[in-house]
Design a protein around this ligand. Structure first.
Ligand SMILES: NC(=O)c1ccc[n+]([C@@H]2O[C@H](COP(=O)([O-])OP(=O)(O)OC[C@H]3O[C@@H](n4cnc5c(N)ncnc54)[C@H](OP(=O)(O)O)[C@@H]3O)[C@@H](O)[C@H]2O)c1
Length: 327
């Protein structure tokens, strides 16, 4: 595993990390989670992503129980959580980044995770109804109380991130250091060019999500939605249109011979493609089964095999392709 700094921050993350969205608490129980976390850790993965809202809090509980079973030295791994959507209805508990929600939210997450602190805490979306200064001050408080070590944003606009950084600098508060954006062959528009100046001028890091576009880039949806897949899960029918889109399927099919010539599976090729980008601090992979995870973790072997010619061929296939909103 190669490690990359999170932007210009001192902390380093494996270039591949492992996340729990859709899987932990829904498709994956504590034993399976422990087995997958162990497989990832044994391959050098040191960052595990979570969020308050995943499986209504169950993803944090499952990760916490699995971490307790594994008993790793705390200094050897990083865990994140994220806040925005909330777990309860109520004016102050849903779709918000207000101070009360954040300060109380972190305590609930730490309890479910069984940890004294998370390493990274993200604002899972921007909240136009709360002043950015209130959110920056709340994130600063969480860090000052020792409940998180660094904070970041997810799917904020570059303008919102710059505003948060400037507020923090003006008041000598902890600044956000990392964005968590979607980034895969179908969805490149946010990662660059919008965030380019964030990486270059502000030394912002990035931990990127849905590198396989929820599994589409594994080729598994070419004959429809397999029974045992994310696309078939209750509550994820909103994904079905994207996963079975004919134009997207044709692009994935065109990618197949290029991946094969490299000796990589489509999943490994698509993950390795994300790793080509030096502005990526870590690509967060997801898996519902340990075999998928093992396959995906070998993606790093292919990073050095991408030539300018291969990058050009890939660009030609995906040029003009833009997926609409993922999770
Ligand atoms: N910040 C945000 O807003 C945000 C949003 C989404 C995700 N995330 C984070 O990013 C992580 C990764 O996102 P993601 O889960 O959407 O990643 P992804 O890599 O795009 O999709 C992962 C899913 O694809 C399928 N898959 C993965 N590898 C496979 C393989 N080798 N062969 C066949 N199928 C395979 C599995 O689903 P099935 O087996 O069920 O088909 C797996 O759960 C999440 O866990 C979460 O931590 C963050």
């Amino acid at each position: 595993m190669r490690y990359r700094h999170v932007g210009r921050a001192g902390i380093q993350v494996g270039e591949l990390s492992f996340g729990s969205w859709v899987t932990f608490g829904t498709q994956v129980d504590v034993d399976a989670a422990a087995a997958m976390l162990a497989a990832a850790y044994d391959s050098g993965v040191n960052f595990f992503d979570n969020a308050q809202v995943y499986a209504g809090g169950k993803a944090e509980s499952v990760m916490g129980a699995a971490l307790a079973k594994l008993g790793w030295r705390r200094g050897s791994y990083l865990v994140s959580t994220k806040f925005f959507w909330g777990l309860h209805d109520g004016p102050n508990e849903k779709n918000t980044l207000n101070r009360k929600f954040l300060i109380e939210g972190i305590d609930g997450s730490l309890q479910r995770l069984g940890l004294d602190h998370v390493d990274l805490v993200y604002c899972h979306r921007a909240d136009p109804a709360t002043p950015i200064e209130e959110t920056v001050r709340a994130m600063h408080s969480i860090i000052e109380r020792g409940k998180a070590l660094y904070w970041g944003t997810s799917e904020w606009t570059a303008a919102e991130i710059v505003q948060a950084i400037e507020i923090a600098e003006r008041h000598h508060l902890h600044k956000p250091i990392v964005e968590q954006p979607v980034y895969n062959l179908f969805e490149q528009h946010r990662f660059a060019p919008e965030y380019l100046r964030m990486y270059e001028d502000y030394g912002y890091g990035s931990t990127t999500w849905s590198p396989l576009a929820s599994g589409l880039l594994t080729g598994k949806y070419k004959a429809g939605i397999p029974k045992e897949s994310r696309g078939a899960l209750p509550g994820y029918t909103w994904l079905a249109d994207q996963l079975t889109d004919a134009d997207k399927a044709a692009r994935v099919a065109a990618l197949e011979p290029i991946a094969r010539a490299m000796g990589a599976t489509l999943a490994q090729f698509s993950l390795a493609w994300c790793l080509q980008n030096p502005h990526v601090s870590s690509v967060i992979t997801g898996a519902s089964r340990i075999e998928q995870l093992r396959e995906n973790l070998r993606a790093a072997d292919f990073v050095d095999r991408f030539t300018p010619e291969i990058m050009g061929e890939v660009e030609a296939i995906f040029d003009g392709s833009r997926a609409g909103g993922s999770a």
